[in-house]
Design a protein around this ligand. Structure first.
Ligand code: SF4
Length: 59
């Protein structure tokens, strides 16, 4: 699957870990307890796992 540019709005992220747990190659939980994109890109489906809509995918 093609990876796309992804950004995370840390003001919305609640650190649930769903994104990092589902896509550990793309997203990690940082020292601040919030999600971070590892290489700036991720599977576009990653946005659908976030319960608060903090993940944006660039089209
Ligand atoms: S799924 Fe959303 S709220 Fe949960 S850690 Fe990832 S970005 Fe944050």
């Amino acid at each position: 699957m093609e990876k796309k540019k992804v950004s995370i709005d840390k003001s919305l992220c609640i650190g649930c870990g769903c994104c990092a747990g589902t896509y550990p190659d793309d997203i990690t939980i940082g020292d601040d307890g919030l999600a971070e994109v590892i290489n700036g890109v991720a599977e576009e489906e990653v946005a659908s796992v976030c319960p608060v809509g903090a993940i944006s995918v660039e089209e």
